[in-house]
Design a protein around this ligand. Structure first.
Ligand SMILES: [Zn+2]
Ligand SMILES: [Zn+2]
Length: 105
């Protein structure tokens, strides 16, 4: 997690916690909703950034792998990644989720 993502997560959680604390203190609901309105998008943004960095990490791991696939005959998985080889690259939507060097298994 990089520092920007960390700050977004801390800010988001802190805002939500503060909102809950205000609820306990019987502060008008409208005031509390403001905190939730700020906190919720921050947490959503944090989860989105987390997902993106996880995806990046997955791609980085695949790039370093070797490919022994007998269908595309590439020897480096990063070539498969660039060409999105259907034989050994697992894709979910637009995201690459894995590289299988033995697709028959
Ligand atoms: Zn390939
Ligand atoms: Zn292949």
């Amino acid at each position: 997690m990089d520092s920007t993502t960390r700050w977004i997560s801390i800010l988001g959680i802190a805002t939500i916690c503060f909102g809950i604390a205000l609820f306990v203190l019987h502060v008008p609901v409208r005031t509390i909703l403001v905190f939730f309105a700020i906190g919720t998008p921050l947490i959503a943004l944090w989860l989105y950034a987390e997902e993106k960095s996880k995806q990046q990490k997955r791609v980085d791991t695949i790039t370093k792998q070797a490919c022994i696939c007998s269908i595309c005959k590439h020897d480096q998985a990063n070539i498969c990644l660039q060409q999105k080889c259907a034989c050994c690259i697992t894709v979910k939507g637009n995201d690459v989720i894995g590289h299988s060097i033995n697709p028959l298994q």
